[in-house]
Design a protein around this ligand. Structure first.
Ligand code: BDR
Ligand code: CA
Length: 312
């Protein structure tokens, strides 16, 4: 199994991604979960991360709290999508275990410095603040991270928080800029693909029909968070974002993408946080990211439902 660390701001869709990873021991050894400010404040996200790990019956996975705000800009949150706790929907018990005492950024640095280079993959499901701060504090981790697989950005489908930007990149564009310039192998799951993964009523019901606690919780989480998106897009089902990162690592054959240059806009008030993607190679800027453009929604939901069924 591949060793991964999940950096996240849970978030209903983050929660489903964490559950998918923990349900897949043949694919992953989840070394740790690090919370970051994003969908809601850090305190809630760190609590939610522990609730989700516990829902999967995996209190042994250490959970860390990282940065409470972006590097430069004021924190923008998304209670309007995720609810005031960030994980509205299911009534999950308060976590019965503590956060790790170490700061999430120091955990990332220590873990990557101690492990053999190229042996741990970083999955990012929220703003990139923790990762960028770790790169600033200890640049040598860049050559030790096997790969970063992230949910973030948008090109063809453009923005969900402003007309130009996707939420995770918009919240901390300075951090995203550091990560995209780091030279680390990057795979990006943008809105272009997550908008294809629509949680239709049938797909939501399939989680509930499993009959386990996790399936019921996934049903309740996604039923809550999709309320906002359904009204916004008018589609049969709301997009499902963060689990695509984990699904990509399990079965990359479900997705198609292309290696291109992606550069982050950090200055313009109109387009800040935009992932400017040189899809057609019209510049000679280095090809720094595999930009996933499409995915097999049926295959994705089959995988997700089958794996969630393995949980308590
Ligand atoms: C991203 O923003 C968050 O609200 C979701 O959890 C996802 O990571 C989608 O733009
Ligand atoms: Ca997220």
């Amino acid at each position: 199994p591949r060793k991964i660390i999940i950096d996240t701001d849970p978030g209903q869709d983050d929660a489903v991604a964490i559950l998918l990873a923990l349900a897949s021991p043949e694919d992953f050894e989840v070394m740790g979960v690090v919370a970051v400010a994003g969908n809601v404040g850090l305190h809630h996200n760190a609590t939610n991360a522990r609730k989700v790990v516990e829902l999967a019956g995996r209190k042994d996975v250490p959970v860390y709290a990282g940065c409470a705000r972006p590097m430069r800009r004021t924190l923008v949150t998304a209670e309007h999508v995720h609810g005031d706790t960030g994980l509205n929907g299911p009534d999950l018990p308060a976590p019965s275990f503590e956060l790790q005492p170490e700061h999430g950024v120091d955990y990332l640095i220590e873990t990557f410095m101690q492990a053999d280079p190229g042996t741990i993959t970083l999955c990012t499901l929220g703003p990139l603040t923790n990762v960028a701060m770790a790169l600033v504090k200890e640049p040598r981790i860049a050559e030790r991270i096997a790969e970063i697989v992230m949910m973030g950005g948008a090109y063809f489908e453009v923005g969900n928080i402003t007309p130009a930007a996707e939420f995770n990149i918009y919240v901390d564009p300075d951090a995203a800029d550091i990560v995209f310039r780091s030279g680390i192998k990057l795979t990006v799951l943008p809105l272009d693909v997550t908008h294809q993964m629509q949680a239709t009523p049938e797909r939501l019901q399939a989680f509930r029909a499993i009959g386990n606690k996790a399936g019921q919780a996934v049903y309740e989480m996604l039923s809550f968070s999709q309320g906002f998106d359904l009204a916004k897009y008018g589609w049969a089902g709301a997009p499902l974002h963060d689990p695509t990162v984990i699904a990509y690592l399990i079965d990359p054959g479900l997705f198609e993408g292309r290696l291109c240059n992606v550069t982050i806009e950090t200055a313009s008030e109109l387009t800040i946080g935009m992932t400017v993607t040189d899809y057609w190679h019209v510049t000679d800027r280095p090809r720094n990211a595999t930009y996933i453009r499409s995915g097999n929604a049926e295959g994705f939901y089959c995988l997700l439902t089958e794996r969630i069924a393995r949980l308590p």
